[in-house]
Design a binder for this molecule. Structure first.
Ligand SMILES: [Zn+2]
Length: 76
């Protein structure tokens, strides 16, 4: 499965990364997308029963959508 590329941080243009924290006991995962540069990030919780590839691509989609929204707002 091809990995979706994360858009750069909408605030500073820095590189963002997906950080996956799994919990094998509960089966839940915590997923952070965090910008290395300014520390801006989002946390997505309670994603159950998905492979880490699926989680990564889902979170990447959400992040990219948000990155689009923010740059849209900044244009005005
Ligand atoms: Zn940033």
């Amino acid at each position: 499965m091809a990995e979706i590329e994360l858009k750069p941080c909408p605030f500073c243009g820095g590189k963002a990364e997906v950080i996956l924290t799994g919990n094998s006991i509960t089966g839940y995962s915590k997923v952070d997308v965090r910008c290395y540069c300014c520390g801006m990030g989002r946390t997505y919780k309670k994603i159950k029963g998905m492979s880490s590839d699926t989680i990564r691509s889902q979170v990447a989609k959400k992040w990219n959508r948000r990155a689009d929204d923010v740059s849209e707002e900044n244009r005005n």
